[in-house]
Design a binder for this molecule. Structure first.
Ligand SMILES: *Cc1c(COP(=O)(O)O)cnc(C)c1O
Length: 233
């Protein structure tokens, strides 16, 4: 069994150190516990340690865990979202991190109207231009933000990226910097219904660098819950 308390302490210390280094407040950064593939017991153990933000990447697993866990958790949809599954989550999640097309945003808007809710979303950017990853290119992002902004019952709150897997996190610094720059460019356009207060970037491998470059949400799975075993899923 993982020592979640020890893991969380290490992560907390690292977040604090990165904030200090960047002259930022600890309160500016939200830790999202990425619990995909992990059993409810593990989520409960981390919940008991005070964690209230959890991230999942599959709709079915997310819905099951929402049912099983306490109601004061903020759930984050961080994985690729298919349009036909939007209806299952729009009124259950605090934030959808992975909007990467106008068609997806239109479906979120439509389902949000049906359920009479407003849905906060981030626009996902494929910052490393990797074929294997979802997200729009840096050239496409401003057009997409402007289009999504016109839709009812959906609000753009910022940007998200999954940076390339690297051994040395310094290799991703320029990517995180670029996302921050982009968010400033978009903020400067003062588009109605758009704010750029949230930058969801940084994972187990590179969250300290991401925080130094302006991340407001870091999504941490394996460093908190331990390695994922996909053979059991
Ligand atoms: C799995 C996942 C994470 C967490 O990854 P770790 O490297 O285990 O911290 C973060 N973001 C997304 C989108 C993920 O799918």
């Amino acid at each position: 069994m993982e020592d979640f308390k020890a893991n969380l302490n290490i992560i907390e210390q690292n977040i604090k150190r990165a904030c200090l280094k960047a002259g930022r407040e600890r309160s500016e950064v939200t830790l999202i516990a990425v619990s995909k593939t992990k059993p409810i017991e593990d989520l409960n153990a981390v919940y008991e340690l005070g964690e209230r933000n959890f991230g999942e990447n599959k709709v079915q697993e997310l819905c099951g865990k929402i049912e099983a866990m306490p109601a004061d958790i903020k759930w984050h949809m961080i994985g690729h979202l298919q349009r036909n599954k939007v209806k299952y989550i729009v009124d259950k999640v605090a934030l959808i991190h992975s909007v990467d097309s106008l068609r997806l945003a239109e479906e979120i808007s439509k389902q949000a109207i049906k359920k009479d809710v407003n849905v906060d979303v981030l626009i996902e950017i494929n910052i490393g231009d990797e074929e294997s990853k979802f997200g729009v290119s840096t050239e496409e992002v401003i057009a997409l933000v402007s289009d999504v902004a016109k839709l009812p019952n959906i609000s753009v709150k910022g940007l998200m990226c999954v940076a390339p897997y690297v051994v040395d996190s310094e290799e991703n610094r320029a990517f995180f910097h670029k996302i921050k720059d982009l968010s400033i460019d978009i903020q400067d356009k003062n588009i109605d219904n758009v704010s750029m207060n949230v930058l969801s970037m940084g994972m187990s491998n590179d969250y300290e660098v991401a925080i130094e470059e302006g991340a407001t949400m870091v999504r941490i799975g394996s460093n908190l819950f331990g390695k994922r075993d996909y053979s059991k899923v």
